[in-house]
Design a protein around this ligand. Structure first.
Ligand SMILES: [Zn+2]
Ligand SMILES: [Zn+2]
Length: 279
């Protein structure tokens, strides 16, 4: 029998409520099948999948961490901030998320218009068909609709020709600063963790986020090699930060990112996060 020291957790998982391919309940079933000892759901800018995921995880006897992944922006670029154990009933957070959601729908409509102007007859309905009902709309859904409609051969081609920054159908998204994301997470009783910052955030940038209240660093992630892991662990120890990790799973058929349980995230990290959230 495997000892607790060998138990693995995955604290970075997406479902169809944002840009993943599995329903929240299916993600929990996949987590159980992968032998995980605990799992989080961290959809982009929405908590819509949390209720369904929590209920299925409970049925499966799988410890569950409610989470979210905020996209934040400042002069230095994009910062993804994970929020763990946020209270989905927090009014300010809910208002922010519903505004972000309608702004994403407006953005998808604008992208479809731009594609139409380029002679591509893609409708907003075709984009919506790629997302789930309560889910938000993002560029991956537009890309998949372009593939489904035969307008491009691949998802990568959709981004390279149309949807990437600087391409003709790109529309910027509504922006919040990293410090604002941290403030919203704390306001809802959650813990804020810098996602996959190993290659994008230097020590100074991380220290600034910590000054703004950041609680932890995602150490283990498919984007991080041994050098990033060592640097981030050093900073976490020095600055007394929580450590997390996960696969950034987007579904069983998405080979671009990690598979569930592919990162050796120890059960202990989950346990410290859980205890910190109670404090
Ligand atoms: Zn991310
Ligand atoms: Zn992610």
């Amino acid at each position: 029998m495997a000892g607790e020291a060998e138990a693995r957790v995955d604290l970075h998982v997406h479902s169809r409520r944002s840009d993943g391919l599995a329903e929240p309940a299916e993600a929990m079933e996949a987590a159980r099948a992968a032998g995980l000892a605990a799992v989080a759901l961290t959809d982009h800018d929405t908590l819509a999948g949390i209720g369904e995921a929590r209920a299925r995880a409970e049925e499966l006897g799988l410890p569950f961490v409610p989470g979210i992944e905020f996209s934040a922006y400042d002069e230095s670029g994009t910062t993804h901030i994970l929020g763990y154990y946020v209270d989905s009933g927090d009014r300010e957070l809910e208002e922010h998320l519903s505004e972000a959601r309608s702004s994403r729908t407006r953005r998808a409509a604008r992208m479809a218009e731009k594609l139409n102007a380029l002679g591509i007859g893609l409708s907003l309905e075709e984009v919506e068909a790629q997302a789930s009902h309560e889910g938000l709309l993002a560029r991956p859904h537009v890309a998949r609709a372009l593939v489904a409609g035969g307008w491009v051969k691949s998802y990568a081609e959709a981004f390279n020709r149309f949807l990437a920054v600087g391409q003709p159908a790109y529309v910027p998204t509504r922006r919040i600063a990293p410090a604002e994301a941290i403030r919203l997470i704390h306001g809802a009783g959650g813990l804020a963790v810098l996602a996959h910052g190993g290659k994008t955030h230097g020590d100074e940038a991380i220290r600034e986020l910590v000054a703004a209240g950041l609680d932890g660093l995602e150490i283990l992630h498919p984007d991080h090699g041994p050098a990033e892991i060592a640097r981030l662990q050093g900073l976490a120890a020095e600055l007394d930060l929580l450590e997390t990790g996960g696969s950034d799973w987007h579904g069983p058929h998405d080979s671009r990112r990690g598979q569930l349980a592919s990162q050796p995230v120890p059960f202990e990290w989950y346990d410290r996060l859980r205890v910190a959230a109670l404090a």
